[in-house]
Write a protein that binds this ligand. Structure first.
Ligand SMILES: *Cc1c(COP(=O)(O)O)cnc(C)c1O
Length: 231
């Protein structure tokens, strides 16, 4: 069994066993192999984020007995745990009485189904986590500029920054983003924005709104909130 370490990383003299090795050891001894991926993802990740983690497709080429991964995190759907693998093992799991306690409700299942349909149709915009992850710096800059112009140059400026995936995935793996720096006392702004349900972050005493976390359809509302607070 291999379990992803989720939200921490070890640097320096340390080693991890590749899943392929666990698989071959298990096969050699006629045992089941199981990989708890924590966060499963499908498309090749941008910004080199996939160079230390395998995609679901890569794991499946190893023919695992069982794998599990979260329905949210990088998969970008509902909070749920997904177990996949050999049909006979899944059938055995389904017969276990514990399933009655652990199974998800119909709403979760139907939302998960919608996300999976979006995957099949490659409609990435329906999977916000991934859609935002794939936005280019040029595109984020354009959108930030638009907000800056709408609010007024005096109140904000644009700065490049770095961001993290979070949610127990890809620990310590920074990737680029574009932020709108709202001018003013950062701690005060942070509280005022939070009261309007907008969560920013403070970096070097500056209050930032990270464009990798803002969906285009929320921009009009966001402009309005910024104007209410600083305008
Ligand atoms: C997140 C995580 C889980 C649990 O995921 P759920 O979304 O609660 O199903 C299990 N194992 C690892 C390694 C994780 O990172």
């Amino acid at each position: 069994m291999k379990v992803h370490q989720s939200n921490f990383s070890i640097e320096g003299f340390s080693e991890a066993v590749a899943y392929e090795e666990i698989k071959s050891l298990a096969t050699q001894h006629s045992l089941l192999d199981y990989y708890d991926l924590g966060s499963g993802y499908i498309p090749k990740l941008p910004y080199n984020l996939g160079n230390r983690e395998h995609s679901l497709e890569e794991i499946l080429t190893c023919n695992p007995s069982l794998i599990s991964f979260s329905g949210d995190k990088l998969f970008g759907s509902v909070q749920a745990g997904i177990i996949a693998g050999r049909a006979d093992l899944i059938a055995t799991l389904k017969q276990n009485q514990l399933l009655r306690m652990l199974r998800v409700d119909k709403i979760t299942l139907s939302l998960l189904e919608e996300s999976i349909k979006a995957y099949l149709k490659e409609e990435w915009e329906s999977i916000p986590t991934l859609w935002l992850l794939f936005r280019s710096i040029e595109e984020l800059t354009q959108r930030a500029l638009h907000v800056k112009e709408a609010v007024g140059q005096a109140y904000c400026d644009i700065m490049p920054s770095e961001t993290y995936m979070g949610g127990g995935t890809l620990p310590n793996r920074k990737f680029p983003t574009i932020a709108l720096h709202v001018k003013g006392k950062a701690t005060v702004l942070e509280r005022k924005f939070r009261e309007k349900l907008v969560i920013g972050r403070i970096e070097e005493d500056k209050f930032l709104l990270d464009f990798r976390t803002i969906l285009p359809h929320n921009e009009v509302l966001l402009i309005d909130i910024i104007k209410q607070i600083v305008g």
